[in-house]
Ligand binder design. Structure first.
Ligand code: TPP
Length: 637
């Protein structure tokens, strides 16, 4: 950001191609300016700060050596692409990032011709890059394909599936491994400790010096041996570094190099232009580089809300209504685990986001972070459950999409007692369509044996979790981002019965059937209308999508001529589909009954604050009230 009236290098750029004309010194100044702009904008809009600060030099070296219009630069996850967005779309657009109708936080080809592939979920960049490399070769075109992937994203099987085929295809493809030894939290797994065997690791340097000293001591041929060792340093390097691993995949391994040293980066990227076949450049970077609070607390600054740019202290003073769902989940897990030693918790690289950090602290032996490996997380849980344990797998709704086959084949088909906790179900807000949890009811509700439920508040989440870990088969609980309506946690939630809902408000003019996050706004809307003009609305909280509370529905539905079903899931295949299918099967789809359903429309919903998006799709109190008013006014026949 410009701190005085002097024109910065960033201001003077008219096109991304201007970067090629800059001196090393000017590039270093530009790196500083980019960091200032990223910190300034993220402090106002929130966003992925630490990942983006870590790749500023890598971005500049790419821009210096390649042509982002012609060459395909693919950012894995895309949360680190802020410097790229500034350079390719300009500061003005960048300042609208993540805001409703502004540019998205993740690369999306619909918004820029220099964003070649839509991302948000991790570990896709090598497969997509290989696809682009093959397409290029088939069309006899000439461009570079570069995939930039973090060490966290490299833990996923998908990344290795890509490497495996890429090595075999032997196409020109460059993979840049951005190794900061962090996922959102510290990276985990055997692979991550392998990566951290760095060339500039003191142990390697010491070993090298030691070896040379000993060789020199060999009579007569000592100096010659030292020279031979020097010549062999490259193969020694790959033996002592992750080169071994990537060379086994038939990649030409370059590195590791300091990912903040612009000269080394520019040199190595120049070098790859004269090489053929798949190449992996291993760079070491610091997450949060250049902003001390983020360097110190990279997990907190991975993705942040608004903050003071001078100190990093949060500034958003949104009054939360209740306790955050993830914290209710984490605390409930801790208390349930106290009484049941078979309960174990599993996360796929999100101990903080899912609320399991306290469980990790309290029960380190019963906590498992498997890395960004949602598929493995589910099958791993199935193995534990098959041996009498009660695994609880907490994964965001959107990322659970990856585990569909494992849920069907490894858990539900064998009726194993695994509890799935799907956080961030529904609209997530600023992260946008790659992250909305719009489909989980639809992709889970048809799986035999699976119990599927959604809590209306914090207390109900507590009760559903207790039911889940006691139930003899698989269960899934979906709950939204943020906090609940404000129900205090109790030492023990209400005991729920499978497939039983509750009438929260009685009435005789219209029946609302809903569950989960839409219960609260629907109840408020119904109460408002009753207070305003005496409307008599009955509200039924179904709690369960599966098994549906069939008996209660059969009792309630025939008494109403107007029925509104509300859910925060895609209307296609969701909760309202479950009810209409049930009514159809029971042959009680009365032609005199007016049915209406509200849910997420059949389209991908853009980014913006959660409240703005809920308002846009009419799933907030005002939208529901409008629908209720119309239904109440309409004739019942
Ligand atoms: C399939 C999937 N699971 C989980 C996430 C959430 N997530 C976003 S970034 C990230 C960590 C990525 O670490 P790394 O690739 O090393 O990049 P860094 O943030 O360290 O730059 C995770 C777990 C995701 N985007 N996609």
């Amino acid at each position: 950001m410009q701190s005085n009236n002097q024109e910065t290098i960033l201001d003077k750029l008219t096109s991304v191609r201007d970067i090629k004309e800059l001196s090393l010194q000017q590039l270093e100044i530009l790196a500083r300016e980019l960091r200032e702009e990223i910190i300034h904008t993220v402090s106002c809009n929130g966003g992925h700060l630490a990942p983006s600060l870590g790749v500023v030099e890598i971005t500049l070296a790419l821009m210096y050596n390649f042509d982002p219009e012609k060459d395909k630069i693919i950012w894995d996850v895309g949360h680190q692409s802020y410097a790229y967005k500034i350079l390719t779309q300009g500061v003005e657009k960048f300042r609208t990032i993540r805001q409703f109708e502004g540019i998205p936080g993740f690369p999306n080809p619909k918004f820029s011709k220099m964003e070649h592939f839509g991302v948000g979920h991790s570990s896709t960049s090598i497969s997509a890059g290989l696809g682009m490399a093959v397409a290029r070769d088939l069309a006899a075109e000439d461009n570079y394909v570069l995939s930039i992937i973090g060490d966290g994203s490299m833990t996923a099987g998908l990344a290795f599936e890509g490497l495996n085929q890429a090595g075999d295809q032997d196409r020109n493809l460059v993979v840049i491994l951005n190794d900061n030894e962090m996922s959102i939290s510290n990276n985990v797994g055997a692979l991550s400790s392998f990566f951290s065997r760095k060339l500039y690791d003191q142990r390697f340097v010491r070993f090298k010096e030691d070896l040379k000293r000993r060789l020199r001591q060999v009579p007569r041929i000592g100096e010659e041996l030292v020279n031979y060792a020097r010549r062999s340093e490259d193969s020694l390097k790959s033996f002592f570094t992750p080169g071994m691993l990537f060379e086994a995949f038939k990649f030409n391994y370059l590195g590791p190099i300091n990912g903040h040293n612009l000269k080394s980066l520019i040199d190595v990227m120049k070098q790859v232009q004269s090489l053929e076949g798949p190449i992996l450049i291993h760079t070491g970077t610091t997450k949060g580089k250049g902003f001390p609070p983020a360097e110190k607390h990279p997990t907190h600054f991975h993705g942040v809300g608004c903050f003071e740019p001078e100190t990093g202290k949060p500034t958003s003073n949104k009054a939360a209504t209740g306790e955050a769902y993830n914290s209710v989940f984490g605390n409930t897990m801790c208390s349930l685990a106290e009484h049941n030693s078979k309960i174990v918790a599993i996360t796929a690289a999100m101990p903080e986001g899912t609320g399991l950090a306290c469980f990790k602290e309290k029960y380190p032996d019963r906590f498992f972070d498997v890395g960004i490996c949602e598929q493995h997380a589910v099958t791993f849980a199935a193995g534990l459950a098959s041996q009498g344990y009660r695994p609880v797998v907490s994964i965001y709704s959107t990322f659970m999409q990856r585990s569909y086959d494992q849920i069907v084949h490894d858990v539900c088909l064998q009726n194993l007692p695994v509890t799935f906790c799907l956080d961030r179900a529904g609209l997530v807000g600023e992260d946008g369509p790659t992250h909305h949890g719009a489909f989980d009811i639809s992709y889970l509700r048809h799986i035999p044996n699976l119990v599927l439920m959604a809590p209306k508040d914090e207390l109900e989440l507590q009760s559903m979790l207790s039911l889940g870990v006691e139930h003899s088969g698989p269960c899934a609980i979906r709950y939204p981002k943020g906090s609940g309506p404000g129900k205090q946690m109790q030492s023990k939630g209400e005991t729920l019965s499978l497939g039983k809902g509750e009438i929260l408000k009685s009435g005789n003019e219209l029946l609302v059937i809903t569950l989960g996050s839409t219960v609260s706004p629907a109840l408020e809307a119904a109460n408002d209308l009753q207070a305003r003009d005496g409307s008599s609305i009955c509200l039924f909280n179904a709690r369960f999508i599966k098994p549906l509370p069939e008996e209660q529905l059969l009792q309630l539905i025939p008494s109403f001529g107007k029925i509104l079903i509300i859910e925060e899931n895609s209307v296609i295949g969701g909760f309202s589909s479950a009810i209409t299918e049930f009514l159809f099967d029971m042959e009680i789809m009365g032609s005199n009954t007016k049915f209406k359903r509200m849910g997420l429309p059949d389209k991908f919903i853009q980014h913006g604050s959660r409240s703005k998006l809920l308002n846009t799709v009419k799933l907030d109190k005002d939208g529901i009230k409008q629908e209720l008013e119309q239904l109440l006014k309409s004739r019942g026949d």
